[in-house]
Design a protein around this ligand. Structure first.
Ligand code: 13P
Length: 255
C-alpha cells in the first residue's frame, strides 16, 4: 500500500519568526497522525529553524526549489548539497516556477535526476492551464509533462519520487478540481509511469492532488483510490486547516 503524503507548500510566505510560530501551532496536531507522511516546505531562510523544531518528531521537511548543480557560480541559487541533511524532500517544477521563471520539463527533469543523486525525494509538479483544460487537452498535456519530467529514471527511482497533479486553474482560485476528475488524470499519470518504468514502480509511485485543497474538501480527494495525498498551498498556512487535511486523509485512507 502507498503511504499517503500531505505536503504544505508555504510558497513565498512567512518570515523566520512567523515560520517558527506556524510550526509550533501545528506540531502537536500533526504529530498525532503518524499514519500519514507529513511534510512542511517553508521558504529557504526558515529551513534551518524549522529543521530544529522538527528534530525528534516524525514530520519531514522539504524545500520549494533547487538548482541542478553541485556548486559554482550560480548567484542566488541553492544546491542539493546545501539541502541534504536539512531536508528530505524538494518540490520541483511547480507551475509558478514554470510560469514566472521559465522552467521547462527538460530543466525540471535535470533537477529530478540531481535531487535523486543526493538522496532528496522530489515532489514533481505537473498540470494543465485553464485554456488547455477548456480545449480538451488535459490528457495530452499531462502525458507530455509526465514523460518529460520522468525521462531517464529507472524503476527504483520512479517508485521513490512523488508527483503532484496541480491543474493551474485550481491553484489559489478556490475552484478545485472534482475528486473524480483529479482521480482520472492521476490514473493517467500512473499509466504513463507504467509505460516508462513498468507496472510495479508505477503502482508504488505516490501521486498527490494540489489546487485549492482545504479541510472542507479534502475528503472528496482522499476518498479516491488513485490519489495518494495532497500538495497544499494556502490552507497549509493555517494550522487548523492543515491539521484537518491530515486527519481527513488518515480517516479516508484508513491509516
Ligand atoms: P493552493 O492550495 O493555495 O491552491 O495552492 C496549491 C499549490 O500550488 C501547492 O503547491
Amino acid at each position: 500500500m502507498r503511504i499517503p503524503i500531505i505536503a504544505g507548500n508555504w510558497k513565498m510566505n512567512t518570515n523566520v519568526d512567523e515560520a517558527i510560530r506556524l510550526v509550533e501551532s501545528m506540531l502537536d496536531g500533526l504529530e498525532a497522525v503518524p499514519g500519514v507522511e507529513r511534510v512542511l516546505c517553508p521558504p529557504f531562510v526558515s529551513l534551518t529553524y524549522v529543521s530544529d523544531l522538527l528534530v525528534e518528531t516524525s514530520i519531514r521537511l522539504g524545500a520549494q526549489n533547487m538548482y541542478p548543480a553541485d556548486k559554482g557560480a550560480y548567484t542566488g541559487e541553492i544546491s542539493p548539497g546545501m539541502l541534504k541533511g536539512l531536508c528530505q524532500y524538494v518540490i520541483l517544477g511547480h507551475s509558478e516556477r514554470r510560469q514566472y521563471f521559465g522552467e521547462t520539463d527538460e530543466f525540471v527533469n535535470r533537477k529530478v535526476h540531481t535531487a535523486l543523486t543526493h538522496d532528496l525525494v522530489p515532489i514533481i509538479c505537473i498540470g494543465e492551464t485553464l485554456a488547455e483544460n477548456e480545449a480538451g487537452q488535459t490528457a495530452a498535456v499531462v502525458t507530455r509533462q509526465a514523460r518529460g519530467v520522468l525521462a531517464g529514471l529507472n524503476g527504483d527511482q520512479v517508485s521513490r519520487v512523488v508527483m503532484a497533479y496541480e491543474p493551474i486553474w485550481a491553484i489559489g482560485t478556490g475552484r478545485p478540481a472534482t475528486g473524480e476528475g483529479a482521480n482520472q488524470v492521476i490514473g493517467l499519470i500512473r499509466e504513463v509511469a507504467a509505460g516508462l518504468a513498468g507496472p510495479g514502480p508505477a503502482q508504488a509511485l505516490r501521486i498527490q492532488y494540489g489546487g485549492s485543497v482545504t479541510g472542507d474538501n479534502a475528503a472528496e480527494f482522499m476518498g479516491q483510490p488513485e490519489i495518494d495525498g495532497a500538495l497544499v498551498g494556502g490552507a497549509s498556512l493555517k494550522a487548523d486547516q492543515f491539521v484537518r487535511i491530515v486527519q481527513t486523509t488518515a480517516q479516508a485512507k484508513g491509516v
